[in-house]
Write a protein that binds this ligand. Structure first.
Ligand code: NOJ
Length: 530
């Protein structure tokens, strides 16, 4: 029997931008609860909500100051309890974000840790003496500005490590007390009925025990992401990470039917190690490789085949096309290909994660310099690294502020300029909108075992077309995607027999099969029943 997290679709909610219920211009938990009907109708199975915990918001919630409470911006613990219940009533699973690599520098643990070298929590964080020249202990760089990842603490005369902002000190998971405290956080939420966790930068948690220098990156040039001046050999994905993965898994396994999803940005052969040697690591190490592969049929096909081959026996695949850290798919590949991308995401073998707003084909928002919120953009402006464009509010209707927040309130980030046209209500009313198409595709996936759990095989196709078979028992589907703006002919790979087209990305009549071939329109993707 397949698990819910294998057959199902995960939908990521960036809570600040989903639905404001109290008129402060920031989305919140009651807002999400109000919109569960929308998600159920869309047809997704689980929602993952980015962090909603108390936080000074230096990194918009990824700097947690209390793992067991709710930030007042998002509501109360009662709102969270209500949301968990309401989600389950809507047949939706609820996944929270767990941020184990670092806390906020305002977390009481860190305040205690930095108070004295003799603090009982000193070792809960990563403190080191200066190098002999008084400088930082090694050459590791902060992910957000490419400056040293070590911050000097004059009071206690040591440096602490922060892989991200100085306001995000890294935790020391080699300390058994810290470990126990963090694992209890998981239990706290599991006991409340939460169905799983997406684990923030899980592959960074265990650092090299000797804190060796990272090697320089010979390919780095000025103008590139400054953090990439070194290759992160010793500051992430160290061999010890398998212990961390197992510790988390052991806690999840104390409960029934929960899922752990690791945020792991690695190529397939490295990524799949995070399933664990005997599948005792993450259920789903997030597979981001589609995001970083050129949008080209041959390249995508090679990626799929490489990943499929790399997967250990029994490991369940997964695919991601967008999230709150990446420019939106419709901006990356264009509006026409965004539909093809959605068809790819929802017909590949494995659990898809859909980023809120991608079902509308939302584009990146335009953020004026004075509207910038993201610390990354503030630290290194103008390199295109800022993440505000993909975090703009979800437009619900065609009124000012699009029903996200009241018309007279300034939302925390501006609505997209096209919100009056690209919004949920107008797309629901349009039988050929991206939303209607996505809903049909989800429905088809849900009712077709070949699509939601069948095997994958590549099929022959000419340049520019990506074609594959999904098969479950006797049930067979073919998917063929025209990843170009030109018409293309596809010769069916076998006897046309009863083959028929079930769904197209394009409006109008479905293409017919004649003489064992079909013609795809520019940017057209098709699902066929064989
Ligand atoms: C990855 C998260 O997705 C990102 O938004 C955050 O800034 C970093 N981890 C640091 O927590």
């Amino acid at each position: 029997m397949s698990k819910w997290w294998q057959i199902g679709i995960v939908y990521q909610i960036y809570p600040r931008s989903f639905q404001d219920s109290n008129g402060d211009g920031v989305g919140d938990l009651p807002g999400i609860t109000q919109r569960l009907g929308y998600l159920q109708e869309l047809g997704v199975d689980a929602i993952w909500i980015s962090p909603i915990y108390p936080s000074p918001m230096a990194d918009f919630g990824y700097d947690v100051s209390d793992y067991r409470d709710i930030h007042p911006l998002f509501g109360t613990m009662a709102d969270m309890d209500h949301l968990i219940q309401a989600a389950h009533d809507h047949n939706l699973k609820l996944i929270l974000d767990f941020v184990p690599n670092h806390t906020s520098d305002e977390h009481p643990w860190f305040l205690e840790s930095r108070s004295s070298r003799r603090s009982p929590k000193r070792d809960w964080y990563i403190w080191r003496d200066p190098a002999p020249d008084g400088g930082p202990p090694n050459n590791w760089l902060s992910r957000f500005d490419g400056q040293s990842a070590w911050e000097w603490d004059a009071k206690t005369g040591q440096y602490y490590l922060h892989s991200f902002l100085a306001e995000q000190p890294d935790l020391n998971w080699r300390n058994p007390e810290l470990r126990a405290a963090m694992l209890d956080v998981l239990r706290f939420w599991f006991d409340k009925g939460v169905d799983g966790f997406r684990v923030d930068v899980s592959y960074r948690v265990m650092k090299d025990a000797q804190f060796r220098d990272n090697p320089p990156n010979p390919n780095w040039q000025p103008g590139m992401d400054p953090a990439k001046q070194v290759i992160e050999t010793y500051s992430r994905n160290t061999p010890d990470i398998e212990h961390f993965n197992r510790w988390l898994r052991e806690v999840a396994d104390e409960y029934e039917d929960r899922v752990l999803i690791g945020e792991i940005n690695l190529p397939p052969h490295e990524l799949v190690k995070h399933y664990g040697r005997s599948l005792n690591g993450f259920h789903l190490p997030f597979n981001f490789n589609l995001i970083f592969t050129p949008w080209d049929a041959a390249a995508v096909r090679t990626l799929i085949e490489t990943y499929e081959v790399a997967l250990p026996d029994g490991a369940w695949p997964n695919w991601v096309l967008g999230n709150h850290d990446q420019h939106r798919i419709a901006s990356r590949v264009g509006a026409a290909q965004a539909r093809v991308a959605m068809m790819l995401l929802l017909t590949l073998r494995g659990t898809p994660t859909l980023y809120y707003g991608d079902e509308l084909g939302m584009l990146d928002g335009d953020i004026a310099p004075e509207q910038v919120q993201d610390p990354w953009e503030k630290k290194v402006p103008g390199l295109g690294l800022g993440r505000d464009p993909e975090r703009t509010p979800l437009p619900w209707t065609a009124v000012p502020n699009a029903g996200f927040c009241p018309p007279d309130v300034t939302p925390w980030l501006p609505l997209n300029a096209d919100a009056a046209a690209v919004n949920v209500a107008s797309q629901q009313a349009n039988p050929v909108s991206m939303l209607t198409f996505t809903q049909k595709l989800i429905q088809l996936r849900r009712e077709t075992a070949a699509l939601n759990q069948g095997s994958y095989h590549s099929l022959p196709a000419p340049d520019g077309l990506l074609a594959y078979e999904r098969r479950h028992g006797e049930q067979i589907c073919w998917v063929v995607l025209n990843m170009t703006g030109e018409s293309k002919k596809w010769e069916l790979p076998g006897d046309a027999g009863e083959t028929s087209v079930l769904l197209s990305t394009e409006a109008g009549e479905l293409p017919g099969i004649a003489n064992g071939a079909l013609h795809l329109r520019p940017n057209e993707g098709l699902v066929l029943s064989v």
